[in-house]
Design a protein around this ligand. Structure first.
Ligand SMILES: *Cc1c(COP(=O)(O)O)cnc(C)c1O
Length: 347
């Protein structure tokens, strides 16, 4: 089995399929900065309709869609409320401070899932000493929470609270389709709860590039201008949008296969002596803690020698992510490797 490579580092490593490439090559394109690319327009309209939102905006990355949304919903000196694990806070290069000049109030939800009871006491009163609380950001699924997801029933009361207190609500839905497939919730109900939604096409859906920001017509008009200022206006972007449309048509329902694969990996990891615990698998992310005496870095290195690529997620934590470029045979092979690995403990 020399040369096998099972890449569990991220669901961003997928390559376009033959069908996707064909859709890209035959796309009708125009200059999207002039608003003339019909394929981009088709993608934006399709996704907005899916989530019952008024409008969409195609951007190069999920970081850009999140940061544009935060800039749309805040003024300098405002405060954003989110969980301490949030991608918008941890993994977007300090963008909230840099682009929006806002501060951040961090919550500590179990697996990154926050509740109205946690949010309410952190909303500042109107007082000259305090930053103005203007936005709550939820992440679904929660990356650092091991792919944990919100059900609509948990989102609704957060929306109600934000409404009463006059705060906007944004969803970092980088893996929203994983959450929808896992919970059975319909995207149609999402639009009524959120002021902004960011959806990644280049995670488990398999497109090479792109995220879409959804919101009201008024919000998206503002977002177009911010995207321009961020340098995210693209010309014949329809070639990329076509990949997104193809992904939405062909790669959503199959996400349940990735979830099954993640559960199988988790079951194997629970059997080996070098793993002390595995976060319950909710979607396509498996996070495990190595046992005392073992180092995450060392386990990752030994797995790499056998052909499995994965990443540490802390000194004693490892993350594995399943995606559409992994067949059931590759997962079976990964399980064999996991079960037969015999790392030595360091005292
Ligand atoms: C990947 C990801 C994003 C966006 O990342 P980009 O690499 O900029 O597309 C945003 N939020 C979460 C939770 C993510 O996992």
């Amino acid at each position: 089995m020399i040369g096998i490579k099972i890449d569990l580092r991220s669901d961003t490593v997928t390559k376009p399929t033959a069908g996707m490439l064909e859709a890209m090559m035959t796309a009708k394109v125009g200059d999207d900065v002039f608003g003339e690319d019909e394929t981009v327009h088709q993608l934006e309209t399709k996704l907005a309709a899916t989530f019952n939102m008024e409008a969409g905006l195609f951007c190069p990355s999920g970081t850009m869609t999140n940061q544009i949304a935060i800039k749309c919903f805040t003024q300098p000196m405002d405060e954003v409320i989110c969980d301490q694990t949030a991608h918008v806070y941890r993994y977007e290069g300090g963008g909230i401070a840099y682009h929006s000049m806002a501060s951040v109030r961090l919550l500590n939800g179990p697996r990154g899932i926050i509740t109205p009871e946690m949010i309410e006491p952190e909303i500042n009163d109107d007082n000259i000493h305090y930053p103005n609380s203007s936005l709550v950001v939820l992440e679904n699924t929660v990356n650092k929470g091991g792919g944990a997801c919100y059900h609509l029933a948990q989102i609704e009361p957060i929306h109600t609270l934000c409404n009463i207190k006059g705060l906007k609500l944004h969803l970092d839905g980088a893996r929203i389709f994983n959450a929808l497939v896992a919970t059975g919730n319909s995207p149609k109900h999402y639009g009524q709860y959120f002021d902004g939604i960011s959806v990644c096409l280049s995670k488990g859906l398999g497109a090479p590039v792109g995220s879409v920001l959804l919101g009201s017509k008024e919000m998206i008009r503002k977002a177009v201008k911010i995207r321009k200022a961020f340098g995210g206006g693209m010309r014949q972007a329809g070639f990329l949008a076509a990949a997104g449309i193809y992904a939405l048509d062909h790669h959503v329902q199959r996400l349940s296969i990735d979830h099954d694969h993640a559960k199988s990996l988790s079951a194997a990891l629970k059997q080996v002596n070098y793993v002390v615990s595995v976060m319950p698998v909710a979607t396509n992310i498996v996070i495990f803690e190595v046992a005392a005496g073992f180092k995450a870095e060392n386990i990752v290195h030994l797995l790499a020698e056998k052909g499995i690529a994965c990443n540490t997620f802390g000194p004693a934590t490892v993350r594995m992510v399943t995606h559409l470029d992994l067949s059931s045979e590759m997962i079976d092979r990964a399980i064999e490797i996991i079960l037969h690995l015999h790392p030595s403990a360091h005292k």
